[in-house]
Design a protein around this ligand. Sequence first.
Ligand SMILES: Cc1cc2nc3c(=O)[nH]c(=O)nc-3n(C[C@H](O)[C@H](O)[C@H](O)COP(=O)(O)OP(=O)(O)OC[C@H]3O[C@@H](n4cnc5c(N)ncnc54)[C@H](O)[C@@H]3O)c2cc1C
Length: 379
Amino acid sequence: MPPTALGEDAAAFGVEVRAFLERELGAAAEHADPADLTGLGEEFERSLSRRAGAAGLLGSAVGPEHGGPGRGVRHQAAFDYVAAASDAPLVDTALTLAGHPVLQYGSPAQLALLLPRMLSGELLMCVAYTEAGAGTDLRAITTTAVPDGGGYRLTGTKTLVTGAHKADWCVTIARTGETTMTMFLVEMGTPGVRVRRRPTMNGWTLDEVEFDRVRLEASAVLGAPGGAWRQLVASVRAERSGLFYLGFARHVLDLLVAHVRATPGLTGDALVRDAIGGLEIEVEAATVLAARAVAEPGLGPLAKIAGTELLQRLAQAATEITGHAGTVWAPPYAPAPPYAAAGGRFAWEYLERVHGTIGAGANEVLRDLIAGTALGLPR
Ligand SMILES: Cc1cc2nc3c(=O)[nH]c(=O)nc-3n(C[C@H](O)[C@H](O)[C@H](O)COP(=O)(O)OP(=O)(O)OC[C@H]3O[C@@H](n4cnc5c(N)ncnc54)[C@H](O)[C@@H]3O)c2cc1C
């Protein structure tokens, strides 16, 4: 059930999305692909995305002026929550990953080119910002875009990029002056773009994207030349309400409760009941906070920290409570040994939830921001 804290209309939309996903994901396990973050093969992901687009479920936050349904951000948050809670490969769609920079900074020509296909679920996109020496501090990037015959030559290597191997387009940033960076839209099929898949500790692959003197037209600039930093800060901030973290959390807690119910040694254990009662409070509280952050972006850093750290505590608690069965690992949708708790999900969660506290603004940096900006503590 999507959180009612989003409002009854958004929650009702979430119920509609849930019903759609229950129908569509029935046979998903036949399309398992553990090398993909979603756990499902690209073909299945693309066709599900297109069907969601055809059903008019994508792009709630996109207004009618851009051809979107214009339901609003609460409905988009309900969609993200339900998609996460349903293990649907729709959380990292073009719209959720690249929607903010494209919608906010896209030129009329760029919007006309990409938005209709983003809304119909035909496009997969990635964002390629991070580099080996520039993670949390993106100002340290070394990728350059040098003026070249009215356009640019893009050169550099991006790392830790989610889904580049299947993306049609990416949003990236490059140095265009001593102190300035510019955002670009790059079609992944452009000569000189090379993608290498690198395994993560959880079995799926993150990508390294090499731009080898990639020739870009001036029209590839997304937003203002030299304006990437301001645009990046706004886009990362827009990502943070992070209600999808709580969709994942609800799913894991539901799996844990189901496992405990079905396991005689655990059902009546007072310590287990105490732990699960406590986790339920945490999930509910963090969900209400994240739902509030949808309308009050100032709460975004608080919600992001609460959601990502709760996911780590949940994985820790689930593996502790379920013991050996919980340490058996298998990715979502992949076959798991019969003795694995929740199909191997708790061990997968334990590894998967490490990065949430580092990405989209490291939690340490966000805590510092809260102490300074919200509480006025001097640096
Ligand atoms: C699974 C995964 C998917 C990702 N997907 C993408 C993607 O699609 N596109 C993309 O561009 N990037 C992506 N990233 C990169 C991610 O968003 C982070 O920016 C990146 O991982 C952080 O850089 P780093 O790993 O080099 O860690 P670092 O920045 O080196 O941080 C290392 C540690 O130091 C801490 N730290 C850093 N700065 C400070 C500070 N000022 N104060 C206190 N502590 C600090 C961090 O919290 C962390 O614990 C992904 C990363 C992962 C792991």
